[in-house]
Ligand binder design. Sequence first.
Ligand code: GLU
Length: 183
Amino acid sequence: MCGIIGYTGKLAAAPVLIEGLKRLEYRGYDSAGLAVVADEHMYQVKSVGKVAQLEAVAGQQPELKKLAGCGIAHTRWATHGAPSTPNAHPHLDESGRFAIVHNGIIENHQELRRHLRTKGYTFRSETDSEVIAYLIADAYEGDLLSATAAALEQLSGTYGLAVVSLLNPDEIVVARKGSPIVI
Ligand code: GLU
């Protein structure tokens, strides 16, 4: 059972997210990752194994210790695709402007992938979750909440979801169906 945490505020986001993931470690997981939107940049760190491993990889980007911003993080319990770094969350859309973390299963992900491939998109992971970032990017017309809602309308399955975007740097959009979210 995966864990999700999001943070927005004045503190450096990455250390808060990593501390949050540590508190969720009891849930069991195979990999972990985080994304932070700060200074007009999408920072992403992922790792197979424990949160301590993620923390070590994040340490290679020292600016992450200081950057205040908006971020999301995830511990993954793989259901679709091997436990691997490319399959760890967050997943970004092709342009790298949208990042999502997802708990649950997207039952119609293959159909959605096929549809998005016909529009020219290419994918980077084997997960059912990645398609959500692409659907949000595809629906985006300036409003992250509306784009996320449009993406969710196309999904069958369950989700706890958190979304950030370079284009809306102060926002985290969250949604749930069949999974809990606490704000
Ligand atoms: N189904 C997704 C995956 O395999 C999410 C798994 C989870 O809830 O951690 O990446």
